[in-house]
Design a protein around this ligand. Sequence first.
Ligand code: GDP
Ligand code: IMO
Ligand code: MG
Length: 436
Amino acid sequence: MPATIIVGLQWGDEGKGKATDFLAEPVSLVVRGHGGDNAGHTIVVGDETFKLHLIPAGVLHPHITAVIGSGVVINPETLIAELDMLAERGIDTSKVRASSAAHVILPYHRALDTAREASLGDGRVGTTGRGIGPAYEDRAARTGLRMEDLLDREVLERKLARVLKEKRAILDSLGAEARPSAAPLVEQAAAWGERLRPHIADTTWLVQEALRRGDHVLLEGAQGTLLDIDHGSYPYVTSSNAIAAGACAGAGIGPLQVEEVMGVTKAYATRVGSGPFPTELHDEVGEGITTRGNEFGTTTARRRRVGWLDAVPLRFAVAVNSVTSIMLNKIDILSGVDPIRLCVAYEIDGRRVEAWPSQAGLLERAIPIYRDFPGWTEPIHDVRSLRDLPENARRYVTAIEEQAGVPIVLLSVGPERTQTIERAWRPMRHQPVVPG
Ligand code: GDP
Ligand code: IMO
Ligand code: MG
């Protein structure tokens, strides 16, 4: 039985948490494969809201094993706080598993992240300050600590003694005050290890065994395609592969074990942090979307930049992720916006460009070419079938689908689990086609 990947098609915060939660019910295992607690996934069930940074959204379903794969960088403090928060709210966390091979974010990674951003001044990336980049640097340099190391005090002492000398020198050169020392860190790390011991496992085999049993596995993406370290707008990106292939690598799933890649996009665009954003709005239309859409970060509470949906990167994201279907979210936020604009190409240096440019600098000069759509005024939170959407909303949805070249199978009209329109056949549920 195959796996399904949920992947962000924009700059993150597309609603991957809601998508995962919605699709999770018939699966036995949900895996996160990359990123860390820079992610913030909000799931709304009834009048309960859950904000998760590390544990996959599947944890809200009692039968699901929620796995944090080896490609994730884990801040143990965040993981413990999340386990405690869920337990306090009556959620069973006994089936949460974190890969023994996942790398650990330590306090000096956060200090380095903050210090480096400060030293970059206007050129800063606008990171979440969670130490993500520095932790992935150590992983690539082979000087990082893995979750399994938290379980062995001798290993902790040896590895930390070696690495801290270098970290202190870098922090010093960046003008940071933090000077981490080994002894208290060993104590802290060993305590984290004791607390997390029941959750640390060889997750690659867990995932592979589930697939071999014939269970359906769901991969919960984090961040989004345009933040991908290879394919995003470098250097304004995160430090992992946020595309579907990154989720596979970090979960230990081969490409041929994936049956469906569901791309998630909002009906408009947002971006947190620095970097080019051709369709960004700086007017009261953007203000209205920010307010109605509550576009403030789950992780850092920063105001998200807002703009029109851009089909240029959407087509690119469909290609590089081999997207088979799309979930279109937050279309309810566009009620009352007229006209609604959809960017279909750019003008760069006097030329029409339809392919997302990978060279740095070109995007900064991109002038969007828009197609305008008449809006609608009525609220649509209670709509549950495509045919009950206002005609103008349907036209906009069809135009997005044409641009993307793959079917939009789910539409979301509100944050709550049931505020979702199921439109078409999805392989993982083997449902019949619902026309319209
Ligand atoms: P993620 O990081 O991709 O999981 O997305 P976030 O959770 O960071 O941001 C999406 C936000 O939009 C969350 O607060 C969701 O509860 C909310 N949301 C998701 N889908 C919809 C929708 O269709 N309509 C509205 N109004 N809110 C939505
Ligand atoms: P979810 O999973 C939105 C952004 C940061 C910054 C850049 C690099 O909730 O969609 P980092 O801390 O990763 O080094 O920051 O990436 N970023 C996100 N933006 N949603 C996220 O995750 C993000 N994770 C990182 O704002 O621009
Ligand atoms: Mg988010």
